[in-house]
Design a protein around this ligand. Structure first.
Ligand SMILES: NC(=O)c1ccc[n+]([C@@H]2O[C@H](COP(=O)([O-])OP(=O)(O)OC[C@H]3O[C@@H](n4cnc5c(N)ncnc54)[C@H](OP(=O)(O)O)[C@@H]3O)[C@@H](O)[C@H]2O)c1
Length: 246
């Protein structure tokens, strides 16, 4: 596998990069902070000295003009990528978002509009070479309209719908699309939040995601128990959702 990962300087993305490099896949990571990118690239390279193709490229999901040059640079470094994984996103609590409409604009733009724009650049490049794998991280937060994640969840719901439609439209052309729906995972994004039952660790979640990619599963809940939890939540009637704080 020759993979490009956006968001591999932290959390789930970093765990995926480590696991892919460990098994011999080539990886180029994309992100906003050169120092963090250098450190993450060196971290993986030092664990896997046989890797020759482990690099980084600057790319900011707030700046769509960086997307095409970053993908082209990654493509050149890898000698043609076959896999693109988007783990980067912004997070803010519902209270923070309700107090700051500019933050709402930024978060929805990065997590929904710009993530889709980035995926479109990736999709075109993959299809032009006969197909490949496109993975993006949605969330269980997008499965229902829920009080604590009303705004963050809306962006993730939109992203999941886009990925579903991509799968329908381009599967036959050779594009494997994987929509990842993590439950709560203990990463820097959720630092300071109280972990609920069934909270996952980044490495276990990364293993689930790589397994789903290898098996070409279009949707994966991780940790797996969240598939069951969300099955129940999706069927709860509206009057119950109004009463509970989930
Ligand atoms: N953790 C959870 O409980 C949970 C649950 C459901 C879904 N998710 C989703 O899982 C994905 C990974 O989350 P995580 O928990 O691993 O978060 P994380 O540890 O905070 O990592 C987020 C990554 O995104 C990067 N990033 C942020 N803004 C960016 C931008 N504008 N351009 C490029 N990169 C940017 C960060 O880079 P810097 O470090 O340089 O800022 C970091 O590498 C996200 O899509 C998140 O929404 C997480």
């Amino acid at each position: 596998m020759k993979a490009v990962i956006v968001g591999a300087t932290s959390g789930i993305g970093r765990a995926i990069a480590r696991r892919l490099a460990e098994r011999g896949d080539s990886v180029v990571i994309l992100g906003i902070n050169e120092e963090d990118l250098q450190r993450s690239a060196a971290d993986v390279a030092s664990r896997h000295p046989s890797q020759t193709n482990f690099g980084y490229v600057l790319c900011d999901l707030e700046r769509p003009e960086t997307f095409a040059p970053a993908l082209d640079a990654a493509d050149a470094a890898l000698g043609g990528f076959d896999t693109v994984i988007v783990t980067a996103a912004m997070y803010a609590t519902q209270d923070e978002l309700e107090d700051d409409v500019e933050l709402v604009r930024r978060l929805c733009t990065v997590n929904f509009a710009h993530t889709i724009v980035f995926c479109e650049h990736a999709r075109k490049r993959l299809l032009a070479r006969g197909g490949g794998t496109l993975v993006a991280i949605s969330s269980v937060a997008g499965d229902r309209g829920r009080k604590p994640v009303a705004i963050y969840g809306a962006g993730k719901a939109g992203l999941a719908r886009y990925l579903e439609a991509l799968d329908h439209k381009f599967h036959a052309a050779g594009l494997t699309v994987v929509c990842v729906k993590p439950g709560f995972v203990k990463t820097p994004m959720t630092a300071g939040l109280k972990p609920p039952p069934f909270a996952g660790e980044p490495d276990g979640v990364a293993a689930d995601i790589i397994r789903a990619m290898d098996r070409k599963k279009p949707v994966v809940y991780t940790p797996g128990i969240w598939a069951l939890v969300m099955l129940v939540i999706r069927w709860l009637p509206r009057f119950v959702m109004r009463k509970i704080n989930f």
